[in-house]
Design a protein around this ligand. Structure first.
Ligand code: PLP
Length: 405
C-alpha cells in the first residue's frame, strides 16, 4: 500500500493570502463603488528594464537559429552569468567568492526550501519570528520538527527567535544551540536590517558552535545605508559557516521570469563533510538548469545600462517606501523598516489585533495590507505594507490612512 509523507499533515495550512483574497473579494462585492488599493502583495509592478528586455529578445532570436540554438543549460549555470555575479556582486565588495561557488537557479524560494535536503534530519533548526514561512515549512515537510501547537502557533522542536521592536527586529542568540540558522536581512516582513557588526557576531557564533547560517539576501539591492552588509561574506569567517541565497525577483523585476542563485563556498563543511559537492549533486540530480534566455537577461542586469535602469526602479519603489513611512509617522503610527527594504512594518493602533486592523483598514480606507500575525506569533499587533504599488496608489493610500486619525 502506498503511504504519504505524514509530515505534510503537520502543516496547519497557510490561509494568510487566501483569507486576504476572500475578505477583499467579499468586501468589493458588497461595496462595488470602493476603489481598493492593494499594498499587501510582495510582488513587483514595474516592467522589465529595457536593457534586460533587449538581452531577452536577442537570446530568443538565438534560440531560433541552428548555429546559436541552446538546449539544456549547464546544471550549475552558464559561465557568462556566474562570472559576472562573482565579479560584480562579490569581488567588487571584497568578498572572495569564485564563479564555481555560485549555483544558478530559478529563484530563492526553491533554493531556500530545498537546501535543507543536504542536512541530516537530526539538525536543530532556528528561525526568526516573524518569518518568511518557507524556511519552517520545508523543514516540517522533511521531518525536522514535532507537531504544530495551535495554542503557541509554533512547531515543537524548532527554535523560534523573537524579533521584536525591543531588539530592533534582529534576533538574539537562543538559549538552545541550533545547528541550522535561517537569517533573512533585509527582512521580509519587518524591513529590518543587521549592521555588519551585528551580523559578524552571528558568523562568530556559528563558527564557534559548528552551526550553518542559511542567509537569505533576496532584498540586498534595497540597502541604502553604508554599515549594512549586502552579503554575509563581507563578514570575516563567513565562508566556513554560511550559505547565501540571492534572487533577481525584487532586484530586477524577475518574479515572472524566475532567476536566482545560491552561494556554497568550497571551504564550507558540516560534521567534517564538504557541502559544495552535496549541493552540486542535488542540483545535478533534481534540477535541469535555468533557461538560457533568462540567464542572458540576468547577465544584462549587470551591464552598465542595466544597472542604471534597475537602480531607477529600486529608487522608485524606495520613493514609495519613504511616502508610506513618513506619512504613517505623521499620522502618529509607530513604524519600522522602509529604509533598506521595500517593506514597512507598523504597530497596529489601539492594541488592535493584526486582523482587526486589516478589517478596519479595508473598511475605512479601502487599503489592503498584510496582517503581521500571518508571519508568526511575534507579528501579532503588527501590519505589513509594501512599497511595490504605483506611486499614485501609494500616495492615495497614505492620504486615506492619514484621514482616519
Ligand atoms: N526570500 C524572501 C525573504 C522573499 O520574501 C521571497 C519572495 O517574496 C523569496 C525569497 C522568493 O524569491 P524568488 O522569487 O527568487 O523565489
Amino acid at each position: 500500500m502506498a503511504t504519504i509523507n505524514k509530515n505534510y499533515l503537520k502543516l496547519p495550512g497557510s490561509y494568510l493570502f487566501s483569507t486576504i483574497g476572500k475578505k477583499v473579494r467579499e468586501y468589493s462585492e458588497s461595496h462595488p463603488e470602493a476603489k481598493i488599493i492593494r499594498l499587501g502583495i510582495g510582488d513587483v509592478t514595474q516592467p522589465i528594464a529595457p536593457a534586460v528586455l533587449e538581452a531577452l529578445h536577442s537570446a530568443v532570436d538565438e534560440m531560433g537559429k541552428a548555429d546559436t540554438f541552446k538546449g539544456y543549460a549547464p546544471d550549475l549555470g552558464y559561465d557568462f552569468l556566474r562570472n559576472v555575479i562573482s565579479e560584480k556582486d562579490f569581488k567588487a565588495r571584497g568578498c572572495d567568492i569564485s564563479p564555481d561557488e555560485i549555483f544558478v537557479s530559478d529563484g530563492a524560494k526553491s533554493d531556500c526550501g530545498n537546501i535543507q535536503e543536504i542536512f541530516g534530519l537530526d539538525n536543530k533548526v532556528a528561525v526568526c519570528d516573524p518569518v518568511y514561512p518557507v524556511y519552517v515549512d520545508s523543514n516540517v515537510m522533511a521531518g525536522r520538527s514535532g507537531e504544530y501547537d495551535s495554542i503557541t502557533e509554533r512547531f515543537h522542536d524548532i527554535i523560534y527567535m523573537p524579533c521584536t521592536a525591543e531588539n530592533g527586529f534582529a534576533p538574539v542568540f537562543p538559549e538552545e544551540t541550533p545547528d541550522l540558522i535561517y537569517l533573512c536581512f533585509p527582512n521580509n516582513p519587518t524591513g529590518a536590517v543587521m549592521t555588519k557588526a551585528q551580523l559578524q557576531k552571528w558568523v562568530d557564533y556559528a563558527n564557534e558552535h559548528d552551526a550553518i547560517i542559511l542567509y537569505d539576501a533576496a532584498y540586498e539591492a534595497y540597502i541604502s545605508e553604508d554599515d549594512v552588509p549586502h552579503s554575509i561574506y563581507e563578514c570575516e569567517g563567513a565562508k566556513t559557516c554560511a550559505i547565501e541565497f540571492r534572487s533577481f525577483s525584487k532586484t530586477a523585476g524577475f518574479t515572472g521570469l524566475r532567476l536566482g542563485f545560491t552561494v556554497v563556498p568550497k571551504t564550507l563543511k558540516a560534521g567534517g563533510e564538504e557541502l559544495w559537492p552535496l549541493w552540486a549533486r542535488r542540483h545535478g540530480t533534481k534540477y535541469n538548469g535555468a533557461p538560457y534566455i533568462v540567464q542572458r537577461a540576468g547577465e544584462a542586469v549587470y551591464s552598465e545600462e542595466g544597472r542604471k535602469q534597475i537602480k531607477e526602479q529600486i529608487a522608485y519603489y524606495m520613493g514609495n517606501a519613504k511616502i508610506i513611512l513618513e506619512g504613517l509617522k505623521e499620522a502618529g503610527f509607530e513604524v519600522y523598516g522602509g529604509v533598506n527594504a521595500p517593506y514597512i512594518w507598523l504597530k497596529t493602533p489601539d492594541d488592535m489585533t493584526s486582523w482587526e486592523f486589516f478589517d478596519y483598514l479595508l473598511d475605512k480606507a479601502n487599503v489592503v495590507g498584510t496582517p503581521g500575525s500571518g508571519f508568526g506569533p511575534n507579528g501579532e499587533h503588527f501590519f505589513r505594507l509594501t512599497a511595490f504599488g504605483s506611486r499614485e496608489n501609494t500616495i492615495e493610500a497614505i492620504e486615506r490612512i492619514k484621514k482616519l486619525k
